[in-house]
Every structure is written in structure tokens, then in C-alpha cells.
Design a protein around this ligand. Sequence first.
Ligand SMILES: [Zn+2]
Length: 287
Amino acid sequence: MRIIKTFAVLLIFATAVCGQNNSGVEVTPGNEGLTVEYIANEGISITHGKHRILLDAVHRQYRPAYAFTPEDILSKIESARYPYGNISMILVSHHHLDHFHAESIARHLMNNNNAVLVSSDQVVDEVEKSGAELKKLFPRRSAKPEQFRRIKHEWKRSEVLEQEGLKITFLGLKHANSELPKFRDVQNLGHLIEIGGKKLLHIGDADMLAENFDSFGLEDQVIDVAFIPYWFLLSKDGKALLKKDLRAKTIVAVHVPPSNQSKTIRDILVSMPSAVVFTQKGEMLNY
Ligand SMILES: [Zn+2]
């Protein structure tokens, strides 16, 4: 992992600036390799070569319990301005408002016809609807039909999307609290992203049940980084899953609420000292 290597070089030459995230893992600003940057809640941006992917990273202020995309960044994403002018793909785990905002994504697609939204019917339906409203306001600018790609969500089903230098396996997962009617039909997609020689796993708000994961053979994969809702790291069942189906070289806790954050971070690191906790925009992993 580049963060370790780079730190070793810094120790020798002591010339560059090195940041540190709240988990004590040293990080350095972007490079030519694979970069994963935290945006908000479960949102990350993944950059490698020509691929610039936003995953669960485009959402507006919703409830106090959820971190949201900072307004200056959201405005740059919506208008496709630097450094968000060259987004190639937008991924969304599910349609809850702490993971996506339909109009914000529709605005980006309208302003950047090179970006493609790849997600469930629930997400794509809402973004298309929002795009139709925007078209009335901006008749000369609109997203093209080829900017929308639907992934059929079905529990335990997976689907693969491959492009040059990128492979994404979409995983049909149940959302947390799936026993409740409110959550039963949420189309929650996991993403196993192979890019830059690494494997990244993101599970959205997956239900913390072994059966939710065991049909995908994830335990046979060598996963480099897994982005996991922090409550998994605080629970016995969640930790058991992280040792087996969701095993990864680096576990990054996400979805950490803004209030009482330092206590939550402390609790996570007591429970799993090797974890990285993403809470601040700009925290990143470089490979
Ligand atoms: Zn959710």
C-alpha cells in the first residue's frame, strides 16, 4: 500500500508533507496510482487513470445523524466543475437520502455527458425523473439515454460490468433491518471494484447477516480494502463477518455520525485497533 511506502520515504528524506487520519494511519496527497478519497457518510471517490468514480458521494443535507457532501463540493459536482468535471461513473448503493440525491446526480449527468450512472432500478428511476424535470428548465442541456445503466437487484444475485482497466461486480444484498416492511424492498447493491490491481469492497447499508454475503464467495477473494458501516465493527456478529466473508487487508469504517464523533471513533478503534475510520473530507488511501 502506497501510504506505508510513502511514509517510509518521508522518514528518510523528511521533505514532503504527510497528513494523518484519525486512526493514526499516515496518508499523503494524490499521486498517479489508485486514490480513494472520503467525501461523506459512505461516500468515496475512486481515481485511477481515466477512471474517476463517485460511489455514494452525491447527497444533500438530510438528517443530523448523517454526514453529507459538503456544499462547495456538491455544487462543483452538480455543475461538473473542477475537480469534478471528468467524472466517468456514478455508483449508488441504494436510494436512501444519506447515500444519494436524485436531482444532484441528474444535474451532474446533464452537465457532463461523459459520466454514466450505474445503479438499481430504484435509483435510476428517481434520477431519470429528476432529469426530466430539469429538461423543462434547461431544454438545450440534458443527459443522454446511454448515461443510465440499470443493474437488476435481486438478493444473492451478482452482475459484472467490465471496462478497460475496471471490473465491477454488483452484489444483490439486503438492506439493514430487512425484517421491517420499511426496509424489506430497498434495493441495496454491494460493489466489488477491481481497479489499479486492487480489490475494493463497498456494501452500502447491508444487513449484518452471514446469509446476506455467503453466496458471493467473497471469502475466496483477496480484498484490499473494505468500506464497512461502523456498526459492524462494534458488534460481535459484524466482527465475525469481517473475519470471514468480508475479510480484507484494510477495513475502513464509514457511516460515522457527526455527533459524538470522537467517542465513536475511540469505540471503533478499541473494538478493532487495525481499522481506519473515515470521517473527514480529504482523508484518503493511496496505492
Ligand atoms: Zn440506507
